[in-house]
Write a protein that binds this ligand. Structure first.
Ligand code: 5GP
Ligand code: MG
Ligand code: MG
Length: 179
């Protein structure tokens, strides 16, 4: 781990505490029902793995992959489905799991697509929310941490496919991507 490039924002312990809290809230809200948890690849994979183990409900999992950022740190505004869901969501309670909501374009787009497939309900759980940069109406129902406008890596989030495996949520120093 190159400590010159990152600053820890939330430690692995703080993240676990938050994820447990989110799991409890979700389990409470959907009591007596089952859930289809849809993870947005790849950034949400670690958060999703931890979150589903804290949700005490019958679950199914599926994944969707969309492109939005490429290797840059600024949203292109262009969102395309790279890998669609494997299963039908008709009549199901869908919980979209996302790593971070920034402009909101990705989530807005995915939510609109999924709503057309006649699910019973669609809600969003995101680990991190950067509301100051919102450009489209994306409203997460469950939010881990609300954060300032910094570029985040670790706990699943990458810069140029690096840092995903870091256990903490970290701020990437601008000197790394501005050079
Ligand atoms: P949005 O469409 O909301 O602008 O961006 C959503 C996607 O952009 C996120 O799912 C994430 O993959 C990426 N993204 C946005 N902000 C950050 C950030 O601070 N760090 C990283 N690694 N990815 C980000
Ligand atoms: Mg993402
Ligand atoms: Mg990325």
């Amino acid at each position: 781990m190159n400590l010159d490039e990152i600053t820890v924002l939330y430690t692995a312990e703080e993240i676990q505490e938050k994820v447990c809290e989110m799991g409890r809230a979700i389990s409470f809200d959907y009591e007596g029902e089952s859930l289809l948890v849809v993870g947005i690849l790849k950034g949400a994979f670690i958060f999703m793995a931890d979150l589903v183990r804290q949700i005490k409900l019958p679950l199914q999992l599926d994944f969707i992959d969309v492109s939005s950022y490429g290797n840059s740190t600024v949203s292109s505004g262009e969102v395309r489905i790279m890998k669609d869901l494997e299963y039908s969501i008709k009549g199901k309670n869908v919980l979209i799991v996302e790593d971070i909501v920034d402009s909101g374009l990705t989530l807005y787009y995915i939510t609109e697509i999924l709503k057309k497939r006649s699910p019973q309900s669609v809600r969003i759980a995101c680990l991190l929310d950067k509301p100051s940069r919102r450009k489209s109406p994306a409203y997460p129902d469950y939010v881990g941490f609300t954060i300032p406008d910094e570029f985040i890596v670790g706990y699943g989030l990458d810069y140029d496919e690096k840092y995903r495996e870091y256990p903490d949520i970290c701020i990437l120093k601008p000197s790394v991507y501005e050079k």
